[in-house]
Design a protein around this ligand. Structure first.
Ligand SMILES: NC(=O)c1ccc[n+]([C@@H]2O[C@H](COP(=O)([O-])OP(=O)(O)OC[C@H]3O[C@@H](n4cnc5c(N)ncnc54)[C@H](O)[C@@H]3O)[C@@H](O)[C@H]2O)c1
Length: 456
């Protein structure tokens, strides 16, 4: 009994002041205005930024909007991509007046950036973080930080060796409705958290897109257990405020890849376009055509690859049971061929339950808000509606404000570093290993990180 009481009290959350219901603390529009109004330069100087990887993310999230909205704070000094055609068109899209490089180390030597933004394929992040730090820069890295435990250890060691920082940009933490969930959990409204049910659905458009690209290969993206689910595992780690202890998982490839009725190399040259629900004409998007199709001659990479290629070696259905150091247990799943896109989540506590069913562009509803339901044991229900924003629910903009506006407060602990970046990936890596070994895998056995019970 005493142990049980102790276990419960270990799960107590740090209370934050403020009302539970009503509007969210974070309004993307007002935050942007605030950021422009308080535009400051660090030590009177602009931060010098270089970017490696000018694909969709490097030219989008880390591209033109930075040049436009944060020009008081940052200055691009160098852009790099291994594909010379994409380098040229990507730098035009970004619109920064700075030199371009196909040689990363040359860029680092000649431009000496304060911050290096890493937006290359996932399997290369560890190299750019390690080398970037060695050559004097702090790092801003897109998720996932790295695709296996050895690469994660390289990054942990680099941070110690070079005394530099790496920020991992978990934009999902910044969506207003997810921030609200964090606040509600911290308030103690549902009591001590005991378990979480978390189920994510990718639809036949977004889900299929992972099987067209380099993401279909475990050696490139670490599988969707890491490439995609690291977003979800980071949210869990942040919401639960404890470190993952162990993972038991199941997964399989039963829809895409070798399971298709026919296959080709890519959609543009496919003889089955009339019969295939996944046929997609990439040339209808001027942006994607300019970035990828026009530059295939340099690297042979097809952005519109067939989702039924035989070389697909990642899972398309996944389920895991995750135990946390504070005793919270999680039931998680990811499906990649759903008719709709979104997620269901429920946080079960000793005083009640918090639920949400978040759908991306729900065709049966005009609602422009996300709803969270708090149901109290023996008590009333409360429905909280959070206005939606654009760009990962408004999260991208809030994240950029925090990255580029010096001294932006972080009351919800949304800024993430190497430890957070590592633990998010390690849950997925443990899941892969669990499927191989058919057993439970402990996070402590993977790297030098020692999982902790409660984060403060
Ligand atoms: N946070 C999010 O929501 C989010 C969304 C999309 C992508 N991402 C991440 O952003 C990163 C980039 O994704 P993307 O969709 O833009 O991919 P992409 O394939 O479109 O772009 C990657 C770019 O990196 C370049 N590249 C690869 N290896 C290189 C090397 N050795 N040197 C220099 N350049 C190299 C490629 O030529 C390409 O232009 C990935 O890590 C992805 O996981 C994050």
């Amino acid at each position: 009994m005493k142990d049980k009481v102790n276990a419960m009290s270990r799960r107590k959350f740090l209370a934050v002041s403020g009302a539970i219901a009503g509007t969210t603390l974070f309004d993307p529009k007002s935050q942007l205005l605030a950021s422009n109004a308080t535009a400051v330069k660090q030590n009177g100087k602009k931060t010098k930024i270089a970017v490696v990887g000018l694909g969709n993310r490097g030219t989008g999230m880390w591209g033109g909007s930075i040049v436009k909205d944060y020009s008081n704070q940052v200055e691009y000094v160098g852009l790099c991509d291994i594909n010379p055609g994409r380098l040229e068109v990507g730098s035009q899209m970004i619109g920064a007046n700075c030199p371009t490089f196909t040689d990363f180390e040359k860029m680092m030597r000649e431009t000496k950036p304060d911050q290096l933004v890493v937006t290359t394929d996932d399997d290369t992040h560890d190299y750019f973080i390690d080398k970037g730090m060695e050559m004097g820069a702090n790092i801003i890295c897109e998720k996932p930080m790295a695709i296996d435990e050895k690469k994660i250890q390289t990054i942990i060691d680099a941070e110690k060796k070079y005394g530099k920082e790496c920020r991992v940009t978990f934009n999902y933490r910044y969506s207003p409705h997810r921030a609200k969930m964090w606040e509600i959990l911290r308030s103690g409204e549902i009591g001590d958290l005991t378990s979480v049910d978390f189920h994510w659905y990718l639809d036949t458009s977004h889900g299929a897109d992972y099987f067209r690209r380099w993401h279909r290969l475990v050696e490139k993206g670490g599988s969707l257990w890491v490439h995609k689910a690291s977003h979800h595992f980071d949210l869990l780690n942040w919401w639960i405020q404890s470190d993952p202890e162990s993972v038991y998982a199941l997964g399989d490839l039963e829809f895409y890849g070798k399971n298709g009725p026919f296959r080709s190399d890519k959609c543009r040259t496919c003889p089955h376009t009339k019969d295939c629900n996944f046929y997609w004409d990439i040339t209808k998007s001027d942006r994607l055509k300019r970035l990828y199709v026009d530059n295939e001659k340099y690297d042979g990479y097809h952005r519109d690859g067939c989702v039924f290629r035989n070389d697909v070696n990642i899972h398309d259905k996944m389920a895991a049971t995750i135990n946390y150091m504070n005793g919270v247990q999680v039931s998680y799943s990811l499906t990649t061929y759903s008719p709709y896109e979104g997620y269901r989540i429920a946080f079960n506590g000793t005083k009640g339950r918090m639920d949400a069913w978040i759908q991306e562009s729900n065709p049966t509803s005009d609602a422009n808000y996300d709803e969270i339901v708090i149901a109290r044991n023996f008590g009333r229900r409360e429905y909280i509606q959070i206005p939606q924003g654009s760009g990962h629910g408004g999260g991208d903009r809030l994240l950029l404000n925090q990255v580029f506006i010096p001294n932006t407060p972080d009351p919800l602990k949304q800024a993430a570093g190497i430890r957070d970046g590592a633990l998010a990936c390690l849950v997925g890596i443990a899941a892969r290993k669990s499927i191989e070994s058919k057993g439970k895998v402990y996070i402590k056995d993977l790297t030098s990180i020692k999982p902790q019970e409660i984060k403060v």
